[in-house]
Design a protein around this ligand. Structure first.
Ligand code: T6T
Length: 325
């Protein structure tokens, strides 16, 4: 009986398949540029993106700005373009101001997919307009989410009284659409609810909290507030608490970080509409990989919502949609 020597072992290893694709040197690098880096929503998106990258043997680079605005995001994008990744996934922070910067990526031959937010109208690959060049848009249905928030808030306040939207800034596709859906639902179905002027907080929860108190001081009939994203909702809820109005001014939140879940448990917040950011990230990387390997990809991919309230926050099937920090 012959024993296989070192040379024989090496020869054998050469003909055996590798244990998995992921052990090979990554063939493609995909960059994920979030709206901002320190936001549980985008951190969760990156977790989903990394899971897909690991499965596909893709190198994923997560690079973003510390605040949600085009002035800080565009230089990050330019730096990413200079490194020539194989594809860019980006949550553009403004529907118009990111068009030209993203065209620079497309002109450099880098495929662009937008995740969470869109540029232009969000209808891509139509041959119309100047912002249809991204290959795909992967996101929640934000108009629907706004309508869901309106229905929940209307129910919480018994169909009457004043409410308002605590929002980030105009020009952001997601939060604009949530406000649009909220107002449509209110005007179509809740005639006894007055929707006061939207308060823009520049994605700063402290602003949102002081605005809540100012609106309440002006409009003592204030019965509810819709926090249209994570920071708006956290701030609006804090404002309600600081005003001593917990349970009297009702709060519906978009997004589901742990602090909002704690506020649901304490009764400060009535419900939260959790997006599925990990799915957005996972499908973003999968779509980029599909495109890079010669497959056609959907021009839009819609991800869902999970509604969290006091009746289900502890259910593990629901709790898994709480965002990672
Ligand atoms: O609500 C998300 C995201 O969908 C939106 O575009 C910006 O704000 C968040 O990141 C939450 O902070």
């Amino acid at each position: 009986r012959t024993l296989l020597g070192a040379a024989g072992l090496a020869a054998l290893a050469g003909v055996l398949p590798r244990a998995s694709k992921a052990q090979d040197a990554p063939k493609y690098t995909v960059a994920l540029i979030p709206g901002l880096t320190t936001d549980a929503f985008y951190i969760t998106m990156n977790r989903g993106a990394q899971a897909a990258a690991d499965a596909l043997g893709v190198e994923l680079v997560f690079q973003g700005a510390p605040n949600f605005n085009p002035v800080e995001q565009v230089p990050v994008l330019d730096a990413v373009i200079a490194r020539q990744p194989d594809a860019i996934l980006i949550a553009p922070t403004d529907t118009t101001q990111l068009v030209e910067p993203l065209r620079r990526a497309a002109d450099a031959g880098i495929p662009v997919i937008t995740v969470d937010t869109f540029i232009g109208t969000g209808k891509y690959q139509t041959g119309a307009g100047d912002a249809d060049f991204p290959l795909s848009y992967i996101a929640s249905d934000n108009v629907l989410g706004g309508r869901m928030a309106a229905r929940a808030l209307a129910e919480a306040i018994g169909g009457e009284g004043a409410v308002y939207v605590s929002n980030v800034n105009p020009g952001i596709s997601t939060t604009d659409q949530r406000e649009e859906g909220f107002k449509l639902e209110m005007s179509e179905n809740f005639p006894n609810i007055e929707v006061l002027e939207t308060q823009f907080n520049n994605n700063d929860a402290n602003n949102a909290a002081s605005q809540l108190q100012a609106v309440f001081a002006r409009s003592p009939n204030l019965k509810g507030v819709f926090g249209a994203n994570l920071f708006s909702a956290i701030g609006a809820a804090n404002g309600v608490q600081q005003a001593g109005q917990t349970g009297t001014i009702r709060v519906v939140a978009f997004d589901a970080p742990q602090s909002i879940v704690d506020n649901i448990k304490s009764g400060l917040v009535d419900m939260a509409i959790a997006q599925h950011p990990a799915e957005i990230g996972w499908f973003g990387v999968a779509a980029a990989y599909a495109h890079l390997t010669g497959q056609s990809i959907p021009v839009a991919i819609g991800t869902g919502f999970t509604v969290l309230d006091s009746s289900n926050v502890d259910d593990p099937e629901v709790a898994k949609f709480i965002y990672s920090e």
